[in-house]
Design a binder for this molecule. Sequence first.
Ligand SMILES: [Zn+2]
Length: 256
Amino acid sequence: MKGSSFLVASLSILLCAVGAQPATVALKGHRAGPATIFTGCVVNKMAALTFDDGPNIYEAGISDVLTAHGVRGTFFVNGDLYNCIYDKQIVKNLRHSFLAGHQIGSHTWAHLDLTTLNETQIHSEMSRTELALQKILGVTPAFMRPPFGSYNDLVRNVSGTRGQSLVIWNVDTRDWAGLTVAESEAIYQTAIDAKQDTILPLMHETFNTTAFELLPWAIKALKAAGYRFGTVAECVGQRPYQAFNLPRIRDRTWTC
Ligand SMILES: [Zn+2]
């Protein structure tokens, strides 16, 4: 209970720090129309580093590398991909990232291609992860990255109904495709050399090399090129979460 009390206190402080009210701030809900799709930042010379497919074992490490460089990043997490989001160590890592000021977005529950699903199934893939983040962190995410970057009109409409924006990317490091760190660095370098207005890269928190080699290199290279860093929410000028509340205490529903 001691740990839980500390977490609640820490989260309350964090919520005040970001100007949120401690009680639930429900969105007026249900935006009409399709979700907005962001493929880059709207703020020039900004870089928003993103990490998909967690929460995973390297998340705490990535969070600490970011923090050590004074950078805030964004994690798009699944409910049940490589790990169950409710596993005790995973919950601890996720809260660690959140409390460090990094943004947590949804990558849906099981990493399915949403364009193959019907409306009910799409809602389910989204709502299960949102519920998990409400329980674990007390927040309802305002951003969702569709698995594989795959979406259609139905996915956009369901996301819009759920008050979320879709986030794609404008630099694909292809760490997921087995590229070496040097090859992924070359992809970054091409974007930098092209003086790309904004950098919204796709990386994965599931690779040791991404966490501890590519990430520090990218921070250094982007800083040297004059980019400043922010979360996805900051880089598109919106709020990261639809609602804030206090996290809940673990109960029997915390299973995958
Ligand atoms: Zn993914």
